[in-house]
Design a protein around this ligand. Sequence first.
Ligand SMILES: O=P(O)(O)OC[C@H]1O[C@](O)(CO)[C@@H](O)[C@@H]1O
Length: 543
Amino acid sequence: MKNINPTSTTAWQELLDHYKTAKSLNLKEAFQNNKNRAEELTLTDGDFHVDLSKNLITKETQGKLVDLANECRLSDAIDSYFGGEKINATENRAVLHTALRTNNTDSPVAGNISAAIASKEKMFAFVDAVNNGTITAANGQKFNTVVNIGIGGSDLGPVMIYEAMQAYKNDLTLHFVSNVEGDHVEEVLKKINPETTLFVIVSKSFGTQETLTNSTTIRNWFKEKVNPEAVAQHFIAVSSNIQRAVDFGIQEENIFPMFDWVGGRFSLWSTVGMSVALSIGSKNFQGFLDGAQEMDTHFKNSSFDKNIPVQLALLTIWYNNFYKAQSEAVIPYTQYLHRLPAYLQQAIMESNGKSVDRNGDRVTYETGNVVWGEPGTNSQHAFFQLIHQGTKLIPAQFIAFAKAKYNQPDHHNKLMANFFAQTEALMNGKTKEEALKDHKDSGKTVSEIEHLVPFQVFEGNKPTTTILIDELTPQSLGKLVAMYEHKIFTEGVIWNIYSYDQWGVQLGKVLADAILTDIESSKSDGHDSSTNALLKRFYSRNK
Ligand SMILES: O=P(O)(O)OC[C@H]1O[C@](O)(CO)[C@@H](O)[C@@H]1O
């Protein structure tokens, strides 16, 4: 991929100029002045309807942002991405999670795709055998519980999908142990019957402190509760480090390989999805992969002005680098997606939280957007106040599904009414005149009304993107997640950063190991005075 500093492009300079006038865009007026605005700024792809029209852009802004993508050679970068070039340059690896969801071996990465298909088939054979009772617990009973032991990409993706796919799950109950906190593991062990539980250790490296600590604790507990011989039937592993998994005591046939060309936070399509596949079955898991493939095709083949991930990425760049917005919100209007923001936090912030460009130089512009969110309508009763009336600009993506899973029209209509009302209200705000009108016949005095009205005026003009999808299914979920993956990729290309390493996280791991050695010998004098004092306090109170 070419290393192009985005700020040195003509398009960037033109966007800076354009911003000077564009920043006074009033959305309400823009809609009044152009009856076709919604149509002109809406993108569709099958079951996805993505309305960008309530954003602080015009067709001209969109054109200039597309120029930026072209100058940053996004097309070439997409070819390198799908073509298996080692775009994770600092780790000398290709980035081929897209190869996990295609059956088309007529591709420059046919070898990777064939390996992915073989690994998927092994996973599906296991899943089917557990689900139909061919593979059983050591006592011959059917497994009724699965515990996924993993962290980061080996946890957040599977949890998010499991929660999202509740309407598709079979009678297996899943639990997730991720945090190294002993209380987390204890709380899960309290709930399960080891005799009928399958433990899935998920660790690409099989070297992550949290996962190995939890796995060891659970294995010891299991040996005591059941018997040591039964470990072979109750513990399986997903890893790219087969030897370490074998050394841990997993039978080689029960190790499901991962590939080094799939990054942890993009691995939910691989054998990392084992627990989820067990719970929703291989057919639904295949639907999830098929949906992602649909988005891959859309991303590869659509022109940038009609390309959903590209347009979403360009909006992030517009707000982040020109409006200087500090964060963006993702608000799914369904409880099923309550873990989507947490999942996206890793995918987005671990990928694009970088301050060094591809030449190894400190960037001179903002990268990596902060992302956060919670489901609507709950979030309306929590942080929406700040989006409506705070001082910060928080562009928000609103996601909803036209069709609900259960026939509860009263609930669904109310949910959707809120979904539509919020983006409209964020855009329109409330003028002084409208606020005054609300007090008509209220019985309040003029001075009481005048005192209240300034607090009840909303500036409006708050940007939102509406993503309306037909229905939450394995297919549409896969498509949605892939949409964000390609958005992340596009942002990384334009910011000229490496999106697929995570050296900052590695540093945290090393530092924690060093302090652990101190804690194990109750040492508290090797650090700064704050850390030394905190360690002392910890020793004195942890009794
Ligand atoms: O699957 P592993 O190797 O245990 O790693 C877990 C997670 O740790 C990280 O390396 C850093 O948090 C993630 O990228 C990864 O998903």
